[in-house]
Design a protein around this ligand. Structure first.
Ligand SMILES: Nc1ncnc2c1ncn2[C@@H]1O[C@H](COP(=O)(O)OP(=O)(O)O)[C@@H](O)[C@H]1O
Ligand SMILES: [Mg+2]
Length: 377
């Protein structure tokens, strides 16, 4: 947060200055001037910090808005912006926010988590990680699915960094969050409309249209939240193998349904059945992120989407799943691990022909997990 501190808003944000500086705090939530919560290591707790009153909190938010070239007032009661250091801030003010000025700050962390971190946290098993590497290498179209704060962006970032380095990547986001390390990356960011300044909106759809003309090998859409879903599926189906995006859904099948719904939000003349078939045939892998009740973020599923059956249902098979075996009585943390389910993906031949270091036997679940997998299925 250092760059924020150097400028004028630092003073106004001083009631939460210690939280902004504290690297163990990943998110700050303000519900009116006197009620502030933080997230540390996945757990949310209340802190004693307070703003003096409604007006001083409002003044801070006006200053933040001004600093990022925006306005927050009765006509513009919502702000969704990125602070100079990359942190994301979302604000809603009364009367929409009935309990007072409401703010959430998702702090930018300098050290982005890597695949090794996810393994160390137990969010992915070493084998699961190796499998993800293989699918990135093979260019499987991958959707990262999960709820808010479940680790989608982190996962997308990690996966993006595992793509073959020589490929031309085109990244489209609402607010630049991804920091994919590759040799050849082009990044686009959307722009919100500001009618009073004559600034027109540039949407993800608009940027997708341009992107396709710019010869990308793969396209990454940070968050698929609207009809751009259709553009992404089109790109996936027309030679941009290995494209990716995140969607907000609670299961791999839910991710497919969500994409379908988003496609239909656009003015499309494609009938719903055809959209479903398209989702089923273009999306190949869903990586499901989840935030569990113990505060832990884990990759709950890595699944293959095989298509749509004769009843119009998605055919999705789990390749890996996180299974819980217990709970630490002291910390309350869940005990468990990610295991293969025994299902061998339909494209396994490509592993063999590309000599990828992932033998067929690695899809076999360990003996102890078999009963757990049956129970959860
Ligand atoms: N597997 C994980 N284990 C622990 N923390 C994680 C994990 N994945 C993400 N995080 C942390 O959780 C927070 C939210 O992650 P993010 O990827 O932004 O979620 P989303 O995009 O789903 O909203 C970030 O602070 C991130 O560093
Ligand atoms: Mg995200």
């Amino acid at each position: 947060m250092s760059s924020v501190f150097q400028d004028a808003i630092a003073n106004l944000l001083s009631p939460i200055g210690d939280l902004l500086k504290d690297p163990t705090v990943s998110e700050i939530m303000i519900n009116g001037p006197f009620e502030i919560f933080v997230e540390r290591k996945g757990m949310v707790s209340r802190v004693p910090n307070k703003f003096a009153d409604d007006e001083s909190l409002m003044a801070s938010m006006r200053a933040v808005a001004q600093r990022v070239g925006r306005v927050i007032d009765a006509d513009n009661p919502r702000l969704d912006a990125r602070l100079p250091d990359g942190s994301r801030i979302a604000v809603v003010i009364p009367p929409m926010a009935t309990s007072g000025v409401t703010v959430a700050i998702r702090k930018f962390s300098e050290e982005k988590l890597g695949l090794k971190d996810l393994i160390n946290f137990g969010s992915v098993s070493p084998e699961g990680a190796r499998f993800l590497d293989c699918i990135m290498y093979l260019g499987k179209n991958t959707i990262v699915s999960g709820g808010t704060g479940s680790g989608k962006t982190t996962m997308l970032n990690v996966l993006g960094g595992r793509m073959p380095k020589h490929q031309r990547l085109l990244i489209i986001e609402d607010a630049a969050e991804l920091q994919v390390k590759a040799d050849h990356v082009v990044r686009f960011e959307t722009r919100k409309a500001q009618p009073d300044r004559g600034i027109k909106e540039v949407s993800i759809r608009d940027l997708m249209e341009s992107a396709l003309r710019l010869r990308p090998d793969r396209i990454i859409v940070g968050e698929v939240r609207g009809p751009e879903a259709l553009d992404l599926l089109n790109a996936m189906g027309t030679g941009h193998d290995g494209s990716m995006g995140t969607v907000h859904a609670n299961s791999p099948t839910g991710a497919c349904t969500r994409l379908e719904t988003l496609c239909l939000m656009g003015e499309t003349k494609i009938p719903p059945d055809a959209i479903r078939t398209m989702v089923g045939s273009t999306v190949q892998i869903v990586v499901q992120c989840a935030r569990y009740h113990d505060g832990g973020r884990r990759t709950s599923h890595i699944s293959e989407v095989l298509g749509v059956d004769e009843h119009g249902r998605y055919v999705v098979r789990d390749i890996f799943r996180w299974v819980q075996t217990g709970k630490d009585p002291q910390t309350g943390k869940y005990i468990g691990e990610m295991v293969p389910t025994g299902y061998v993906p339909s494209f396994f031949e490509e592993f063999v022909s590309n000599k990828l270091p992932f033998p067929r036997t690695s899809f076999k679940p360990p003996e102890w997990a078999v009963a757990h997998l049956k129970k959860a299925a």
